[in-house]
Design a protein around this ligand. Sequence first.
Ligand code: SAM
Ligand code: SF4
Length: 325
Amino acid sequence: MKDRYGRTIDYMRISVTDRCNLRCRYCMPDGIESLPMSEILTLEEICTIAECASALGIHKIKVTGGEPLVRLNCTYLVCRLKAIPGIEKVTITTNGVLLDQYLEELIDAGIDGINISLDTRDRKRFQEITGSDCLPEVMGILKRASDIPVPLKVNAVSLDLGRENWKGLVELAREYPVDVRFIEMMPIGCGRQFPAMNPQELLAEMTEEYPGIAKDPRIHGFGPAVYYQIPGFQGSIGFISAIHGKFCDGCNRVRLTSQGFLKTCLCYEDGSDLRAIIRSGGTEADRKTRLTEVMRDTIFRKPAAHCFEQPGQITETHRMVSIGG
Ligand code: SAM
Ligand code: SF4
């Protein structure tokens, strides 16, 4: 559907849990309590909301979290979402630690793409960032990339990336058939305490290192990443620059939090509590009608743009781990 600014909204990120097996310092550092399961949407509730979303023109879904693969029956959910008429693509974003265990089930479920979040190839640094010594598990998946029949992308939230660090990540796209994307840190939750790297500066440094780097005009997904190719590399290098390269004019997405709140912009708490509707009285048909009406109205009112460049105006107080990134 179109929002009030004429943007086509066809993409929903669904956070299926607020729990995670890592403790990334910019997202879910130690000491953060998880919500009781009764506050988290059930898989059935998620599917009902996805059906209403599909009726409103949402065709692409990203399963996220917390860590989606710690949610029991996450792969079954992918299968159910794929079966909803009108849903064309279901992809997942994961820290990759449990991917070896669930890869086959995800592929059988029909997953259309897998994003792996990885900020460094240095084992000690990985442990410092995530609180866990799980880099070998994540690298194990990347080493198998050429045998994995769905597109893989690596997402790095470029904290204080030094040359050695970003170069190690860029080289993944030479060694394996994966796109590597650098995502600008957003001032949400614990991310506020970290500097946002300027992607233009990073690109300039990369150009010194790889003089043949050139814009890649191909479309790689349904997000705002801008891609570059380096001669001889199997994958492309992408930049998602929410702050330095504001892309709100073309924003196509809404977010469903693990508690069932339909969120229309990362920056603000604006949105609607769908869980309250789905758990209210009446027949299932009544609830679906109400859900669809509220979702239509909420999406229509999506704000024009984020205000990350004016931090005083940010109203979002939740952490990224509960929003889903
Ligand atoms: N656990 C999964 C993962 O790490 O991919 C899914 C959830 S995680 C919240 C989704 C993405 O959000 C990750 O790539 C993570 O690096 C990113 N993220 C977390 N906090 C962020 C922030 N403040 N700004 C930008 N991206 C952030
Ligand atoms: Fe967990 Fe992903 Fe957040 Fe890291 S970024 S703490 S893996 S939810």
